[in-house]
Design a protein around this ligand. Structure first.
Ligand code: C5P
Length: 279
């Protein structure tokens, strides 16, 4: 059995405070994109996990942790092998690890004939990471709490997207720490976005995208700023950091311009991917 694990982008990301557990409370509109990893499930004597990228083939991998939680909860015999074909760049702010973990939960549940209900799957997802719930949901949502409190949103439709990433790397905890130290004003892109979505105003919707981490990423990894600028110059209606970076996405009005932007960015030495928002 094969399933895909879609990456996500954050169309907005407002940080609204720090919680007693040390995590940050946020309001973020996240949508899945067609860029995806692939997971293959096969019967096996005992549990095995493999990945085409050997450095990811560890017991710490979120896929293995997701599988462990699933078997603990269901008490099913763990006779399955899972192979992960990695296509989503990482670490990138695209939720690749979270998408894989969600796909393992969904895939195992289907492989074993649905032993647990959807609510229980979401409870397991929450334990694995802030973005796993959204990846399990598989559609656009307003994400609150530490990212796991989901309110599905009306579809934004299928839009061409270019993901761009350079050589620099950013660690999520470092980005949150630096964000706190910078004492930035709280943004409210999410409400502007939601009101534009309700009004079916595409132009206003695209101009309301934003990410509170951009000033942090600009400082810690300046090429994220360069990439946002290049995507806009190459025709993106808007270009923003995704999650805690370092990937940047551009939303385009037409596919041809987006594909051309990928070619140009690649010729400039960046990694770039054409994909689409998932309806
Ligand atoms: O949940 P996840 O594994 O994505 O979180 C990685 C790290 O990012 C956390 O350990 C925490 O430092 C930070 N984080 C946070 N607030 C959030 C999500 C993540 O402070 N809402």
């Amino acid at each position: 059995m094969k399933i895909t694990a879609n990456a996500k982008i954050n169309l907005t990301l407002d940080i609204t405070g720090i919680r007693p557990d040390g995590f940050h409370s946020l309001r973020s509109v996240m949508v899945p994109i067609s860029l995806c990893d692939e997971l293959t499930f096969e019967e096996n004597e005992k549990f095995a996990f493999s990945c085409d990228i050997k450095a990811l083939e560890t017991n710490d991998n979120l896929c293995v942790r997701a599988a462990k939680l699933f078997f603990e909860k269901t008490k099913k015999p763990d006779g399955v092998s899972i192979h992960l074909q990695k296509n989503i760049p990482f670490p990138a702010g695209l939720g690749g690890g979270s998408a894989d973990a969600a796909a393992v939960l969904k895939g195992l549940n289907s492989f074993y004939g649905m032993p647990i209900c959807e609510n229980a799957l979401f409870e397991l997802a929450e334990k694995l990471g802030s973005d796993v719930s959204l990846c399990l949901l598989g559609r656009g949502a307003l994400c609150e709490g530490r990212g796991e409190v989901l309110t599905p949103i009306k579809s934004i439709g299928v839009m061409p997207v270019v993901i761009a990433i350079g050589e620099g790397r950013l660690s999520t905890p470092d980005v949150y720490r630096r964000y706190d130290a910078m004492n930035l004003p709280v943004r409210n892109d999410t409400d502007f976005f939601l009101s534009a979505l309700a009004a079916n105003d595409r132009e206003r919707l695209l101009s309301s995208l934003g990410n509170a981490f951009e000033p942090v990423a600009d400082e810690l990894c300046p090429e994220t700023k360069t990439l946002r600028k290049r995507l806009s110059e190459l025709g993106a209606a808007n270009a923003r950091l995704s999650g805690s970076g370092p990937s940047v996405f551009g939303i385009f009005n037409d596919e041809q311009t987006a594909r051309l932007a990928v070619d140009v960015l690649e010729s400039e030495g960046f990694s770039a991917y054409f994909c689409k928002t998932v309806k």
